[in-house]
Design a protein around this ligand. Structure first.
Ligand SMILES: Nc1ncnc2c1ncn2[C@@H]1O[C@H](COP(=O)(O)OP(=O)(O)OP(=O)(O)O)[C@@H](O)[C@H]1O
Ligand SMILES: [Mg+2]
Length: 259
């Protein structure tokens, strides 16, 4: 499975707090790398970063932290450095290499003010290096803020996670509506019902209008145990029920990439 004729395939993950976005994202990254051999670009676009921990990557510099360094340089390229060279320098600082994955972590912004600068740098970095990868995966913070920040603005597929709670399903529907209203370029919007019991199925598509597909993701005791031990998901068995679900979902939805 490739991202298409040399094209980058971009996946965004969204949903209410705690519904399993980062778990889905980390397993999707692992699956894509293990299946295709490609190095995946993973973007942790949540200021409360934890995608790196799930991918077994030590914390490094974040875009928020780099901002502090740039402030001391006046946010302009130092003398003798072009804007592009300056951006390349920021990217080198921000990229952390893991097993089959390059990770960029947004991180927090020190001090008051909006996240505009951090967002701009993050967007520039994504725009500048995405084309070097077959797959880009963006793990978003809870809620809908990332849609207006437009870090999700063009994705081949957006997976919106929810569990059985009404509030998380409503949140997922609102995300789909807002993405449509904002005319974001998202190929397919897919809702994923997480934490289902062993024999549980996802509700039928007509109960969740606004989505192009519905999938079920089962609860995994092994994932719960790893989280309690603060362990990453790098050694989670491929036979794990949730990992198998993620692999199947990603395969199906990557194949249905619009041309
Ligand atoms: N299928 C699953 N089986 C078992 N545990 C799961 C599953 N999916 C997620 N979890 C657990 O649920 C908790 C929340 O998951 P996760 O951190 O992925 O959610 P999130 O949506 O990224 O949260 P946040 O909004 O805080 O970023 C974690 O402890 C995770 O291990
Ligand atoms: Mg998360």
């Amino acid at each position: 499975m490739r991202g298409g004729e040399g094209l980058t395939f971009t996946i965004a993950v969204a949903g209410k707090g705690g519904v399993g976005k980062s778990t889905f994202a980390a397993l999707a990254v692992r699956h894509l790398h293990e299946k295709t051999g490609s190095v995946v670009l993973a973007v942790d676009a949540d200021p409360n970063s934890n995608l790196g921990a799930k991918l077994g990557i030590e914390p490094g510099k974040t875009v928020g932290g780099i901002r502090e360094e740039l402030m001391s340089l006046g946010e302009e390229p130092p003398k003798g450095m072009s804007k592009q060279e300056f951006l390349d320098y920021q990217i080198r600082l921000a990229l952390k290499e893991g097993n089959g994955v390059d990770l960029i972590t947004m991180g927090r912004q020190e001090g008051p003010g909006c996240y505009c600068f951090v967002n701009n740098v993050l967007r520039q970095i994504i725009d500048s290096i995405s084309s070097k990868y077959d797959y880009v995966l963006i793990d978003n913070e809870a809620g809908m803020e990332h849609l207006s920040r437009r870090t999700t603005r063009s994705s081949n597929v957006m997976f919106v996670l929810c569990d059985k709670s009404k509030s998380s399903i409503e949140a997922a529907k609102r995300i789909a509506v807002l993405a449509k209203e904002m005319n974001l370029s998202i190929g397919r919007k897919i809702i994923v019902f997480n934490m289902l019991d062993r024999n549980g199925d996802a509700p039928s598509a007509d109960t969740v209008p606004g989505f192009d597909g519905v999938h079920a993701l089962h609860k995994s005791e092994a994932i719960q145990a790893k989280m309690q031990e603060d362990e990453s998901l790098v050694n989670l068995s491929r036979e794990d029920p949730a990992f198998r679900d993620v692999a199947r979902i990603v395969d199906i939805e990557s194949r249905s990439k619009p041309s």
